[in-house]
Design a binder for this molecule. Structure first.
Ligand code: ATP
Ligand code: MG
Length: 428
């Protein structure tokens, strides 16, 4: 029979790597707690309409990247979430979460986009997202920058490994005026643009600014700049935002061509980029989205947030050669025969009750091959029990970490109580 394989662009994370995920997820949770953000868990599947109305029909995501299907049981159009913000805002509206109250929220989980799989780009990928609902900003926008800056420090990503680019998209009216001027410019040099960009002149001209095509990039270098079209109000917000960053000593560059791939953003937007990952260098991106709640049928709600791409953050850590600690067992417990295994069974429980991580050898076999498994398990100690230990209610303890045949690697017969003491003293 033919083998069944995972879907292209959707990865299995095996134990050889999953410890890195567990480590980063717990570091991230601790970091979020220090800023007072609370976890929100929304479904992976939503009504297709939610993403069409929030992300926008003329975006890459809605045009060609969504996993959309009809629920055969009732005919509903459903979509696997391509991002997290729309779902969080939907939930906030549905549960009246911001009634008389602003909220600091975060989520973590898989997102789905039907893109061409390549380095740093997958069809199922994972994001940690932060959303601040009911805040006018720009203090909270700057708080998000400070948070991410702290995270890089905590994770050990050096500050020359990532850089921050910021921009302001202004208000809807500002963008409308800018759009007209940009379209005129783009039409004037249409023949020099790549095919995608030419198509976007009418559908989503701002996205042309984000083109990765070298000739298009050169052509639009003299395009009118959105920053010149901003209202005084938007300029003031940007100025205050930058003041907070300066106060925290966080370096940034203003990139007037920075636009986001989703339509709901306004005013302050930003991306954290690294040179470690080639073309897929954005590891965190976000901004303000004050119109999103209304777009999906809620009352107006000021809000902003960002999302981190976990695969890309992990790849950046690997490039920085950051050592990620592995969670190994403390003890691998072996026994000489079936009767001794019954004793080992009880010893394992006592050890675990004392907070130790114990792998009990299962499946029998010669002591020598059991010890080989103990060596390969990564455990710090082996505990060996046989008839003698069983009779005396003791165990034999052997360190697996010390190299060679030094005395410390010798077996030592101890009471279970003394063994626990010794293991704990040795820095478990
Ligand atoms: P890009 O310009 O790289 O396509 P995007 O603007 O589509 O990114 P966002 O929707 O802002 O990305 O998502 C936030 C972050 O999630 C990105 O900065 C990136 O780190 C990560 N990300 C986005 N798409 C993918 C993907 N297909 N595979 C892996 N990570 C992704
Ligand atoms: Mg994208």
């Amino acid at each position: 029979m033919s083998k069944i394989q995972a879907i292209r662009g959707m990865n299995d994370v095996l134990p050889e790597e999953s410890y890195q995920w567990e480590w980063i997820e717990s570091a991230i949770r601790a970091w979020l707690a220090t800023f007072g953000y609370q976890n929100i868990r929304t479904p992976i599947l939503e009504s297709t309409d939610l993403f069409v109305r929030s992300i926008g029909t003329a975006t890459d995501i809605v045009e060609k990247e969504m996993y959309t299907f009809t629920d055969a049981l009732n005919g509903d159009s459903l979509t696997l979430r391509p991002e997290g913000t729309a779902s969080v805002v939907r939930a906030a509206i549905e549960h009246n979460m911001t009634y008389g109250n602003s909220r600091r929220l975060y989520y973590c989980g898989p997102m789905f986009r039907h893109e061409r799989p390549q380095k740093g780009r997958f069809r199922q990928f994972h994001q940690v997202g932060v959303e601040a609902l009911g805040f006018e900003g720009p203090d909270i926008d700057a708080e998000h920058i400070v948070m991410v800056h702290e995270l890089w420090k905590k994770l050990g990503i050096s500050s020359n490994g990532v850089r921050l680019e910021v921009n302001s998209l202004g208000s809807k009216d500002d963008r409308k005026k800018y759009r007209e001027s940009l379209v005129t410019f783009l039409k004037g040099c249409e023949q020099d643009l790549d095919e995608d960009s030419r198509r976007r002149i009418t559908t989503n001209p701002l996205r042309v600014l984000d083109s990765k095509d070298p000739q298009t990039k050169a052509t639009i270098s003299s395009a009118p700049q959105l920053l010149d079209f901003l209202s005084d109000e938007s300029l003031e917000k940007m100025k205050q935002f930058k003041q907070f960053l300066d106060r925290s000593g966080i370096p940034y560059v203003v990139n007037p061509k920075l636009v986001r791939g989703l339509d709901y953003y306004n005013d302050v937007v930003y991306e954290w980029k690294t040179d470690f990952l080639g073309a897929q260098g954005t590891i965190c991106a976000g901004g303000r989205y004050d119109v999103l709640a209304e777009q999906i049928g809620g009352k107006p709600m000021a809000a902003c947030g960002f999302a981190l791409g976990l695969e890309r953050v992990l790849a950046t850590l690997a490039s920085c050669e950051r050592e990620i600690p592995k969670e190994n067992p403390d003890i691998y417990l072996v026994s000489s025969d079936k009767t001794a295994q019954l004793y080992a069974w009880d010893v394992a429980k006592v050890l675990r009750d004392n907070g130790l991580k114990v792998v009990l050898h299962c499946g029998g076999g010669a002591l020598k091959s059991q010890m080989k498994k103990a060596d390969n398990s990564g455990a710090k100690f082996a505990i060996i029990v046989g008839d003698e230990e069983m009779a005396k209610k003791t165990i034999s303890l052997k360190s697996l970490r010390l190299a060679g045949d030094s005395g410390a690697r010798q077996q030592q017969e101890l009471s279970v109580h003394d063994a626990i003491k010794k293991i704990c003293e040795d820095g478990v």
